[in-house]
Design a protein around this ligand. Structure first.
Ligand SMILES: Nc1ncnc2c1ncn2[C@@H]1O[C@H](COP(=O)(O)OP(=O)(O)OP(=O)(O)O)[C@@H](O)[C@H]1O
Ligand SMILES: [Mg+2]
Length: 158
């Protein structure tokens, strides 16, 4: 079957967005970069929390808005590097964070405001755009690179 490259998920509360992150984290083996895009408060960190849960990171996840980079290790031993680019001027500053040095073969790289540093992200980055709708509604557009099959996420999609 042809791999599924893009997917739209609609959520009507933070738990559902977190569940979307959980499903993503579970269905993506190996080293993966997720670019989390959308306005302030759209749910990027909520979704990141679900991804972290998938690899068994304990405790709450917060936006690394000021620390710029948080690093977690899940029960599975898989690492999560969580970056927030809101305060970065662009790709050069992202590269200065030294993310590459921290990545392991199966690390998950989560980049909030990844659309601000697109040039610095790997070509196989999965882009996730969170679009707020009425109140707690969110439309989540997931765009995978060639070679990634999003079929495992299809449940709950449009
Ligand atoms: N469907 C939904 N999905 C995700 N969050 C939702 C949803 N409905 C309401 N919310 C609320 O929206 C907020 C999302 O906050 P979150 O910190 O994840 O946003 P963010 O995109 O990371 O913001 P920032 O750009 O400031 O880092 C939370 O308070 C959450 O409870
Ligand atoms: Mg955030």
């Amino acid at each position: 079957m042809t791999p599924l490259r893009s997917l739209v998920v609609r959520t009507s509360g933070p738990e559902e967005t977190r569940a979307c992150g959980l499903a993503l984290g579970r269905s993506l083996p190996g080293h993966v970069t997720l670019s989390l895009e959308g306005p302030l408060g759209s749910g990027k960190t909520v979704l990141a929390g679900g991804v972290c849960e998938a690899v068994g990171v304990e405790g709450p996840i917060t936006s690394p808005t000021f620390t710029l980079l948080n690093e977690y290790e899940g029960r599975s031993g898989r690492r999560v590097i969580h970056v927030d680019c809101f305060r970065l001027s662009g790709a050069a500053e992202f590269l200065d964070l030294g993310v590459d040095d921290r990545l392991t073969d199966d690390a998950l790289l989560l980049v909030e405001w990844g659309d601000r540093v697109t040039e610095a992200l790997p070509a196989d980055t999965i882009r996730i755009r969170l679009e707020p709708g009425d109140e707690d509604e969110r439309r989540i557009v997931i765009l995978g690179p060639e070679g990634v099959d999003l079929a495992a996420l299809e449940a709950g999609a449009e």
